[in-house]
Design a protein around this ligand. Sequence first.
Ligand SMILES: NC(=O)c1ccc[n+]([C@@H]2O[C@H](COP(=O)([O-])OP(=O)(O)OC[C@H]3O[C@@H](n4cnc5c(N)ncnc54)[C@H](O)[C@@H]3O)[C@@H](O)[C@H]2O)c1
Length: 256
Amino acid sequence: MEIRGKAALVSGGAGGLGEATVRRLVADGARVVIADLAEERGKALAQDLGEAAVFVRTDVTDEESVTSAIAAASELGELRVSVCAHAGPVAQQRILDRSGAPIPQELFDRTIRIYLSGTFNLLRQVAAAMAALEPLDSGARGLVVNTASIAAFEGQIGQSDYSAAKGGVVGLGLVAARDLAAVGIRVVTIAPGTFFTPAFQLDEGTAHETWGKSVPFPKRMGRADEYADLVSFLVGNDYINGETIRIDGAQRFGPK
Ligand SMILES: NC(=O)c1ccc[n+]([C@@H]2O[C@H](COP(=O)([O-])OP(=O)(O)OC[C@H]3O[C@@H](n4cnc5c(N)ncnc54)[C@H](O)[C@@H]3O)[C@@H](O)[C@H]2O)c1
C-alpha cells in the first residue's frame, strides 16, 4: 500500500515507539494524528512536524475519545493506517507476595484495560472507518498494526498482567485479520524485545548497559526507529497479514 497522501493514526504517538512511527509515516508522505494522553509532548511533536501531524488528546480506553481521534484523522485524508503503540502502568508484582497474599485484582484489570481492551477499542473503531472507504486498486482498504511484546511468549516473573494482555493482543491478530479480510483490512502484530524508550525511565547509557547485554546480537537495546522502519515495511507489503513479527535481536526472556 502507498501511504503518500493518505492519513494515519498512532496511539501513544507521543511516546518512544509511537513518536518514531509518527516521524517515519510523515517522512513516507502521510499526514498523521498523534493520539496520546500526553498533551505537552504530543503538541510539541505536532508543532515540530508542521502541517503533516495533528495532536489529538486521546484515551484509548474511552470509546468517545477514540471516535474523536479517528474523526480527526479522517479529516487529514483517507485513513489507511492505524498503529497501536500506547503504554501504561503495569503491576510488576508476583501473583503471591512474600506473605502469601494475592495480587490485587484491580492491578491486573487495569493492565488488561489499557493494553488489551484499549487496543481492541481502537482496532474495532478504526476498522469501521477504513471499511467505509473505497478500496484501493489492490482491493486493500487499510492496515492495522498492533504492538504486543516478546513477553507475550516468555513472560517474566512479576509480569502476569502484562504477559496476559500482550498474549491477548497476539491472539487477537489472526482473528482480526480473518474478520476484516472481507473488507480488505490487514492486521499485523509486532512483538518487540527491549527498545530504548522513555518507558524505561533511565538515561540511554544505563539502559543499554542494563538491558542490552541479554540481547544476543546486536548487543544493545532496539532503537525506536528500527520499530518504525518495520511499520513502514508492513505498510508497503500487502502480503503480510495475520502474523506476529518479533523484532528482538534474538532475545528470549528468562524467568527474571
Ligand atoms: N520499549 C520496549 O522495550 C517495548 C518492548 C515491548 C513492547 N513494547 C510495547 O510498545 C508500546 C509502546 O511502548 P513505549 O516503550 O514506546 O512506551 P512509552 O511509555 O515511551 O510511550 C507510551 C505512550 O502511550 C501514552 N499513553 C498512555 N496511556 C494512554 C492511553 N490510555 N491512551 C493513549 N495513549 C496513552 C503515553 O502518554 C506515552 O506517550 C507498548 O504497548 C509497549 O508495551 C515496548
